[in-house]
Ligand binder design. Structure first.
Ligand SMILES: Nc1ncnc2c1ncn2[C@@H]1O[C@H](COP(=O)(O)OP(=O)(O)OP(=O)(O)O)[C@@H](O)[C@H]1O
Length: 265
């Protein structure tokens, strides 16, 4: 599936991880040649079984693991961007991020503003405004002066989401962003992503919760290091591809105006 304007494009993307020296096991090719176009102004969800390579794909897109092949960010070789400029364009929310436990929540969110700050300049009024807006949006402003280590899993996740939002990047890349969030805050997350896309932004998320992932515009279905299908979330062919990679242990149904994935016994 190709898009008229792609925010990110990969061609023949391959990642090999592990080293015999570290584990005794030979290195493994965990991404085996991925061509993917992420359309501008859309939300793409990435789904697939455990070990399919979803997190590795996100990390490669964010330049966090070495790869071969090519990745273009906004039409330019992603590796050629200055780190700071790339960090203004692509905001990253990783899976199970620990973070510095004794940093105050507000300081964690302010880290999202680093790509915008001058060296030794310190935060500007615009930086503080962006942090306030992001913390209000994820409803974590009330504990802005508490250390990260004192927060519950869901509270911490909302702070980390606020950090990603504070970047005000056109591209949000999120690995398991709703992990630890209760249902109301999952609904809030959906609203936040939809709002980002409605303002012309692009979002990419890895989600294990297929029903949640089906709220996206498009879905890339991964299996064994490959994208085996990329299509619209409303397309029945996408549903069949998702069911297939989960060995038909789930089925996707229309329910109350949305798509719902249910386990099959
Ligand atoms: N540092 C590493 N060294 C060797 N193999 C690795 C390393 N990190 C991940 N892998 C392997 O790469 C494969 C893909 O891992 P990845 O985390 O990308 O999968 P995933 O689809 O995100 O899985 P999950 O749904 O379980 O989160 C897995 O088989 C994993 O064991």
């Amino acid at each position: 599936m190709t898009a008229a304007a792609s925010v990110l494009s990969t061609r023949a993307l391959r990642v090999t991880l592990g080293s015999r020296r570290a584990s005794g096991a030979p290195p493994r090719e965990v991404l085996r040649g991925i061509d993917l176009d992420v359309p501008a102004g859309k939300w793409l969800s990435i789904v697939g079984p455990n070990g399919a390579g979803k997190t590795t794909l996100l990390k490669a897109l964010a330049q966090l693991v070495p790869y071969s092949g090519s990745i273009a960010l906004l039409g330019r070789d992603a590796a050629a961007w200055l780190h700071r400029e790339r960090a203004q364009k692509l905001a990253w929310l990783g899976q199970n991020e620990a973070g510095a436990q004794d940093l105050l929540a507000r300081d964690v969110v302010m880290l999202g503003r680093l790509p915008h700050q001058s060296w030794m300049g310190g935060p500007s009024a615009a930086d503080h405004a962006a942090v306030d807006a992001a913390m209000h949006e994820t409803q974590c402003i009330d504990w802005q002066h508490r250390p990260l280590g004192e927060l519950s899993g869901g509270e911490r996740q909302r702070v980390l989401l606020a950090r990603a939002l504070a970047v005000q990047a056109p591209l949000l890349v999120m690995d398991e962003p709703v992990a630890n969030l209760d249902p109301p805050h999952q609904a809030d997350w959906l609203r936040i992503v939809r709002g980002h896309v409605a303002r012309g932004g692009t979002a990419i998320s890895v989600l294990h919760e297929i029903t949640m992932a089906l709220h996206a515009d498009e879905m890339a279905v991964m299996d064994a290091g490959l994208v085996v299908h990329h299509g619209a979330c409303a397309d029945p062919r996408t549903h069949r591809a998702v069911e297939s990679v989960f060995a038909s242990r789930i089925a996707i149904h229309a329910l109350a105006g949305q798509w719902v994935a249910l386990p099959k016994s």
